[in-house]
Design a protein around this ligand. Structure first.
Ligand code: PLP
Length: 441
């Protein structure tokens, strides 16, 4: 087995590209170890997929620079890989900003995209050189003026996809009708508003939500012009699908966005357009392997029902069942059987709520067997708690021999590197950051 060591000391294994996820997991679980931790849950993370997703983004959305939403999964190798490829970052707090800056990312590649911020976090952002930030209300303008009078403010407007998995409009986003007032207040107190942002909701299901949001954003651009502003930034937020089988929706969404951008914003020649994808990048990169630690069999009306207890649960990675409305699908690592029984899968804590799968058909499994769950990278490990003393799964990184050379050249060697974006799409962003360009305008 080949491997290489990234600049930060992390080992990345390299597998032949013909191997499936199941093959890779089988190899990893077959490694004999005398240590107790050989039954611990673990993630395998495909960094090569991240390279593919990055290129695919620019193939389909060539005019939109991704600013990865760190909250979705703040894994350092995910952040590092995206950083060296050239994305920007959407941070929600002081510690996210700090984590991204620690990677050597220029502060101008960060948008502080939390419309309601703690004062001390604004101070930290300003002192670190992060000035691009969102707001959606008057009080945030006054507060920001106190702590970062030179902030470049981005007005977040309300734009909801009612079908989105997670609705964000209940909490954030100014009504378009409030824009004239907010922009006037900003003008009066001398705060610089540089753009408009929206988020249609995480896990958006309808392309038309983006078309509606872009139409609203255009209305705000026109209002801003009347008030003497020249807006330079359009931030189309997140919401993009990221699961293994969601490319058709991504294609539909991106094609709608491209048409709306062409019809509504083509006259703004110097406009910088960014997005804040989280799920799109993180979701499919992670596969979680869990071990069956206990088993019970109940017989009801001569029917057997198996209860399997695994070592990660809803207080850990599977918090996504509650917070992200995920329905995880268990897959069996070893063996197959035509004989299946009704089964349920439970997490390791003492809480009866800690159930991962209610009723699923599985071959009979034994203590020590492995199950795995795909699409586990978004809003999972980032909200893992230590409830009942269970810690986060170990994370193992890999790529296939197809992306090995490209990835190794990005992750090993002297920093800083030429962002991949420059090599990929020289018609788009150059290495000058959005914020710097905004400053220069
Ligand atoms: C401001 C903001 N930007 C981006 C994201 C990422 O969204 P998604 O993972 O749906 O792309 C979120 C998610 O909550 C968010 O709140």
């Amino acid at each position: 087995m080949e491997q290489f060591t990234a600049e930060n000391g992390t080992v990345v294994e390299v597998f032949p590209c013909h191997l499936t996820v199941k093959d890779i997991l089988q190899r990893k679980t077959n490694v004999t170890s005398s240590k107790d931790d050989r039954e611990d849950p673990f993630y395998i993370v495909d960094l090569g997929k991240l390279v593919h997703l990055y290129k695919h983004w620019y193939d389909l959305l060539p005019s939109v620079k991704p600013f990865y939403a760190v909250k979705c999964n703040d894994d350092l190798m995910i952040l590092q890989t995206l950083a060296v490829m050239g994305t920007g970052f959407d941070c929600a707090s002081k510690s996210e900003i700090r984590a991204v800056l620690k990677l050597g990312v220029d502060p101008s590649r960060i948008i502080y995209a939390n419309p309601c911020k703690q004062a001390s976090h604004i101070k930290f952002a300003a002192s670190s050189g992060v000035h691009l930030m969102t707001f959606d209300n008057e009080d945030e303008l006054y507060k920001t003026k106190s702590y970062d009078p030179s902030a470049k403010m981005v007005l977040r407007i309300l734009a909801d996809d009612p079908m989105a998995i997670c609705n964000l409009g209940v909490k954030f986003g100014a009504e378009v009708e409030a824009a004239p007032r907010l922009l006037s207040v900003a003008k009066r107190i001398g705060m610089d508003v540089v753009g408009v942002s929206f988020h249609v909701g995480s896990g958006a299901q309808s392309a038309s939500a983006y078309a509606n949001a872009l139409a609203s954003a255009k209305e705000v651009f026109l209002v801003a012009e009347q008030l003497g502003y020249t807006l330079k930034l359009l931030d189309i937020g997140g919401g993009f699908p990221g699961s293994l089988h969601s490319d058709a929706l991504f294609q539909e969404v991106t094609s709608t966005i491209n048409s709306s951008l062409a019809s509504l914003f083509s006259q703004y020649k110097d406009l910088k357009i960014i997005g804040e994808p989280g799920r799109y990048f993180a979701c499919s990169t992670h596969v979680l392997a869990v071990n069956i630690t206990s088993k019970r069999c109940k017989v009801d009306n001569y029917e057997k029902h198996f209860m399997y207890y695994i070592n990660d649960g809803i207080y850990g990675s599977f918090n996504c069942i509650f917070y992200d409305h995920t329905i995880p699908t268990p897959q069996v690592l070893k063996g197959s059987s035509d004989v299946v029984s009704d089964s349920s899968i439970w997490g390791p804590t003492c809480d009866g709520l800690d159930k991962i799968n209610d009723s699923c058909l599985l071959p009979e499994l034994n203590i020590g067997d492995w199950l795995y769950y795909e699409d586990m990278g978004a809003y999972t490990i980032s909200a893992h708690s230590a409830f009942n003393g269970f810690s986060k799964p170990v994370v193992c990184y890999y790529c296939t021999d197809r992306e090995y050379v490209e990835l190794e050249s990005l992750l090993v060697g002297t920093q800083p590197k030429e962002p991949l974006s420059c090599q990929l799409m020289n018609n788009q962003f150059d290495s000058t950051s959005v914020a710097q360009e905004i400053d220069c305008c």
